[in-house]
Design a protein around this ligand. Structure first.
Ligand code: AMP
Ligand code: MG
Length: 300
């Protein structure tokens, strides 16, 4: 997943959590191996190649969630954005593409290219030839949820954090809520706010500072707007709080692409989502756009 994983678990005296921690880490690695497009043998690569595939439950759920967020966000989040992501060369060799190539790739980005299975065949998924999938905007969240489930089922309250996308279960020892800082997108070594959360709760952030390159002073980052084919403009970071990290992850990417007004309306439209979109004003100061329930999550 190209980042660092942190797993914390609260174990009763005398309980050794090391096996559960190993299993949780192995689950994260398993989800990465199933969903990555950087390996020919992942299920996502095989689905692209073979056109139809019986997916494992985790990948089938991941794609179904991705498709539903694509619908809710009117295509701002799109699991077929792989054509654009690969054209732009993220994450290994990003470079400015020419605009005709952007338009050609954009024409192959459409969630209707994915046909999810239904009923008993829910795991049999097909895609149109030439579809390039990318689950990079949601797979981290799926992995975090599944790793945390192992820890909470086998040991107790926990926090699993993969590059800032995280889930908490229960509380810290002593009943204290978990404290989660949100990075300042201009200076990620600084936090602009802290949340106090009792689980199950998940937080995910999409930011223009996570992966980018610069040409002539212009920043080009890794979150692409399927409507234009170019990096989404306007938002510096989008943080979403949800009941699962998979949903928080996909919704954060969607809100980032939608921009401050539409993105906030998208979050407000779903009762289970809270969040904050960060923009900067003319003098570079942070401007926060928060959902109505976000303030209640801040550390008092
Ligand atoms: P995140 O860091 O969760 O915001 O996800 C960003 C990653 O999702 C990128 O590195 C791409 O792999 C992928 N991606 C980029 N743009 C989109 C988009 N509009 N919809 C879905 N996934 C995207
Ligand atoms: Mg995301």
């Amino acid at each position: 997943m190209g980042t660092v994983a942190e797993l914390k678990v609260v174990a009763a005296a005398g309980v050794d959590p090391s096996e559960a921690l190993e299993a949780a880490l192995a689950e994260l690695e398993r989800i990465e191996a199933l969903t990555t497009v950087h390996s020919d043998s992942s299920e996502v690569s095989r689905l692209e190649r073979e056109g139809e595939l019986m997916l494992s439950p985790a990948v089938a759920n991941c794609l179904a969630l991705a498709c539903s967020v694509a619908t809710l966000s009117k295509g701002a989040f799109d699991p077929t954005a792989g054509a654009l992501v690969r054209l732009w060369g993220f994450p290994d060799a990003p470079a400015l593409p020419d605009s005709a190539a952007v338009d050609r790739a954009r024409a192959r980005v459409d969630p209707a290219r994915i046909r999810l299975g239904i009923g008993r065949s829910a795991r049999i998924v097909s895609v149109e030839p030439g579809t390039e999938l990318d689950l990079g905007g949601v797979a981290k969240g799926v992995g975090v949820d599944r790793a945390a489930k192992i820890l909470v089922d086998r040991v107790g309250p926990c926090l699993v954090n993969v590059g800032g996308d995280l889930v908490v279960h229960g509380t810290k020892p002593g009943g204290q809520p978990w404290r989660v800082g949100i990075q300042d997108p201009r200076d990620p070594s600084r936090l602009f706010t802290t949340l106090s959360l009792t689980g199950p709760r998940a937080v995910a952030t999409s930011g223009d500072y996570q992966r980018y390159f610069e040409v002539d002073g212009v920043r080009y980052h890794h979150i692409l707007d399927p409507r234009t084919g170019w990096p989404a403009r306007g938002v510096r970071s989008a943080t979403v709080v949800a009941s699962t990290c998979a949903l928080a992850d996909a919704a954060a990417t969607a809100a980032f692409v939608l921009g401050p007004e539409e993105g906030l309306a998208f979050l407000e439209g779903s009762k289970s989502l809270e969040g904050v979109l960060v923009t900067t004003d003319g003098s570079g100061e942070l401007v926060l756009h928060e959902t109505s329930g976000f303030a209640a999550l801040r550390t008092p």
